[in-house]
Design a protein around this ligand. Sequence first.
Ligand SMILES: *Cc1c(COP(=O)(O)O)cnc(C)c1O
Length: 524
Amino acid sequence: MLKDGRPTRPLPANDSGEPFATFTGSRALEQDEPLIFEMDSPGAVGVDLPTKVAAKTRLGDLARQEKVGLPSLAEPTVVRHYTRISRLNYGIDTGLFPLGSCTMKHNPRLNERMARLPGFADLHPMQPVSTIQGALALMQHLKNWLSVLTGMPGVALPPGAGAHGELCGMMAIKAALNSRGDGEKRRRVLAPASAHGTNPATAAMLGYQVDEIPENDRGRVDLEAFKAMLGEDVAGIMLTNPNTCGVFENDIRAIADAIHDIGGFFYCDGANFNAIVGRVRPGDLGVDAMHINLHKTFSTPHGGGGPGAGPVVFSEALAPFAPIPWIVGDDETGFDLIESSDQGATTSFGRMKGFHGQMGMFTRALTYILSHGSDGLMQASGDAVLAANYVKARLQDVMSAPFGDGPCMHEALFDESFLKDTGITTLDFAKAMIDEGYHPMTMYFPLVVKGAMLIEPTESESKESLDKFIDCLRFLAEEAKNRNVERFQQAPRFAPRRRLDETQAARKPILRWRPNVQELQAAE
Ligand SMILES: *Cc1c(COP(=O)(O)O)cnc(C)c1O
């Protein structure tokens, strides 16, 4: 039925192991969908274009010789294709999404309404400043809220995601060290073994040597080991708090003091700010720079390839090095943008982005903050922690929690030891969850825990929804204990595709459709 062109296409779900294979490959009203290129029907068109007017080309030898290679399709076919594909999407609007560390937030529809107001949505980044006073006011208000909530005076809005924010924060640290003539000798950055991969990657991108701080048996930084690693060659520490094991770093003040004592800086990965917002101010903990993933704390949509925002907050010491543009002014005087050293930004390390950041995300985040208010934000962080502890408490007897003593923060961490000797892996367990209608939790992260399963329930989940999820995991844990291996190793059975060759997909991704891939591969 398919035309040539996708040798990697895995078997449809019902071709293996299922009693009935349908003729079409569809399952009930969920259609099996080929690639749009595979549906190419030469000659079909969506619109009638006027006949080409003969005109002399000035492209010379730049003119394209081959065909563009786009498929020909009628409009109804295209509409169906994308509608069917959209139905394969799973998101927080479809069901519970327990992806730990990623913090899938519910996006209130009010945010979307505000972000679409033409005065915000239709701005051009090169409009004169006098015509964008409202947008600048919104950005300044967001900065103020982030500053108040974190207890940190400096705020940079431009970074496009958490990882970009890390780079921004570490560039400010580097600039500060350089400005005091210390940049050359401080070549090391310390990060715990449990760190998100973006932390060491950020430090390495800036040319630092990254040294791994060991964890203690409570899932926290080993304070003595950390102190032993300190020296005059250390630029700073990158630490997540609450950390990626889902627990609060109790020694954080001592860690901050120790790094400051040797003249280094404290970069905090603020991805887990949603667990403490309204309750703890990172500025009070001795943090010098921290990014905030707006999408994890203030409910803007997760990138999905689209625009994100990862603002960075700075201590007094680092604020002068913040990237341009700087927004200055207030509601009374009006607002302005400082975009160069000529205008006074002499200490800034430069730019992170062509323009000012993601206006749509700023609008959504500020809407979330203002509609929740300080009490609402406190309730959100409280509910996040409560939900995770509920999950942990109700699963701890059937699954294994490596740092089981004491409560967790906003995510509950389990390991693979409850699957010991069953022949079932963390991966198998996660695939079985897909068959039950749940997106799996984060797997095999953090790396310090073997076969990790990191469950983060969104704080807006109802108790009924959490109970249903917990009951499902209890059932699966029981099935695993009873060695019902097939349920797991054959999963997912009911997804549009069975298991993919994930190694091949990661190592040799085929990202572009070409008509003759099959032949090319045969030739290799
Ligand atoms: C999500 C996350 C990041 C990266 O943030 P992005 O917005 O995805 O770039 C960094 N650190 C931790 C701990 C995270 O959870």
